[in-house]
Design a protein around this ligand. Sequence first.
Ligand SMILES: [Fe+2]
Ligand SMILES: [Fe+2]
Length: 136
Amino acid sequence: MAEIEWSPAWSVGHAELDEQHQMLLEIYNRFDAAAARGRGSREVGRLLEALVEYTELHFATEERILAEEGFAGLERHKTLHEQMITKLEGFRADLAAGRRFTADFRKFLGYWWQSHILEHDKDYAQELFGVPPADQ
Ligand SMILES: [Fe+2]
Ligand SMILES: [Fe+2]
């Protein structure tokens, strides 16, 4: 999948969360490029590790802010985050077991981030920060 580029249309109306989304996409893009070029599993593993760590940091930050703001959909949103963490842990185990990342896997990750931010994060953006829904 091609690089995923953050644009102002992706904004959730909160500076810290927007910055984290940009950083996440940047790490994802680096991971995707390394895996696509068939880089050694150490480098790909290191980038996956960075992605998992940053994902955990981001989810924790986002959930804290949503709780502070009293977001009605918090529990459901937390469940989506937990499902992603479970997936990522599975991928980490796959890599440790010597499995290569297929293009399908990388696409899944990319699409997950894109649809999570543009659909689900946009839900709270709309409710809490008055951001209109994304067109795409
Ligand atoms: Fe989220
Ligand atoms: Fe998010």
